[in-house]
Write a protein that binds this ligand. Structure first.
Ligand code: PMV
Length: 315
């Protein structure tokens, strides 16, 4: 039986989460070694069987709920390829990316399924990154409501990006780093759903538009200033900007006591800067470190209660 595999990385947002939903620039990077994987096999049984062993789930596509993200990803490909007959397939998805923790697990899972399913069924060669991104966006919409588009872009292109949500087309610029940057990613262990936090920010924005717009402007300005610092490897500046971004996120009320504890611990043990990453209120934080102090900061984070600490080199 022929089979096709594809993977997609997790992601972190370095600058500009939340403000990016309101048209301000943001910077994100893939987590190349933490990935989701999809396998698509031609099956003998009739129909499309979906397997998500990490969630202990197995079901037929035709029986899936309307808002099931795995089913949505597969259905998008069937529509995209305009197949006259439903193929007989087994689609299996696994992920090493923790869910609901700001690391883009939903987007990565969708992107892996979209890439594997398309490449398995297409007679026109492999799917483009741009198509993976736009179809993943459509899956993200059922998970998140009003996604900015940054998650699907970074997991499809697998490169650090400068991103602005805008019409008629998002601005997407791949960043080339002169020297790699070292990050630690620490898990608060608190599960936080992006849709809920994004909805809360929306309510705040409706009630206090001027104040929220001012904070979004600050976040956007920080992302704009961070871009040359990332490209030139100016880590001191980058660290300061991360801490500045965190102060605006705090004012937006998307931080949490657990995130603050880890951010303080990282800074005290020598990180150049630290902030939450993604929707906030839980999930993961990121700390900018050097090769020299990474293990000290890691110990500081674990002592302060981090559930786990990943290391990532961007660039
Ligand atoms: O929590 P995550 O990893 O899905 O990141 C959400 C980022 C937000 O800016 C809060 C929302 C968005 O769609 O960009």
């Amino acid at each position: 039986m022929s089979s096709t595999k594809a993977t997609a990385p997790g992601k972190i947002i370095l600058f500009g989460e939340h403000a990016v939903v309101y048209g301000r620039p943001a910077i994100a990077a893939p987590l190349m070694h933490v990935r989701a994987q999809a396998t698509v096999q031609t099956n003998e049984e009739r129909g499309i069987r979906l397997f998500a062993p990490d969630l202990g789930r197995e079901y037929w596509l035709k029986d899936a709920r309307k808002k099931d993200p795995l089913a949505k990803a597969v259905n998008l490909i069937l529509a995209e390829l305009n197949l006259s007959k439903t193929p007989n397939l087994a689609v299996t998805v696994r992920s090493a990316i923790p869910i609901a923790s700001g690391l883009g697990s939903g987007a990565a899972t969708a992107a892996a399924v979209i890439r594997a399913t398309y490449n398995h069924l297409s007679e026109q060669g492999p799917v483009s990154d741009a198509t993976v991104s736009s179809l993943t966006y459509q899956v993200e919409r059922i998970l998140h409501g009003t996604p900015s588009g940054i998650d699907n872009t970074v997991v499809a292109f697998e490169r650090p990006i400068f991103f602005v949500r805008q019409e008629p087309e998002n601005r997407i610029e791949i960043l080339d780093l002169t020297s790699p940057i070292h990050l630690l990613i620490a898990d608060t262990g608190v599960v936080s759903k992006t849709k809920i936090v994004v909805g809360d920010v929306r309510r705040q924005w409706e009630q206090k538009k001027d104040e929220c717009e001012r904070l979004f402007d600050h976040c956007g300005e920080v992302a704009r200033r961070a871009r040359p610092a990332i490209e030139l490897g100016d880590t001191r500046r980058l660290g300061q900007l991360m801490s500045e971004n965190q102060s605006y996120l705090r004012q937006l009320t998307v931080s949490s006591p657990e995130l603050e504890t880890l951010i303080t611990a990282a800074e005290k043990s020598g990180a150049l800067g630290a902030k939450l990453s993604g929707a906030g209120r839980g999930g993961n934080m990121i700390a900018l470190v050097t090769e020299g102090n990474a293990s000290e900061v890691r110990n500081g984070l674990l002592t302060a209660g981090a559930l786990g600490v990943l290391e990532s080199v961007i660039g």
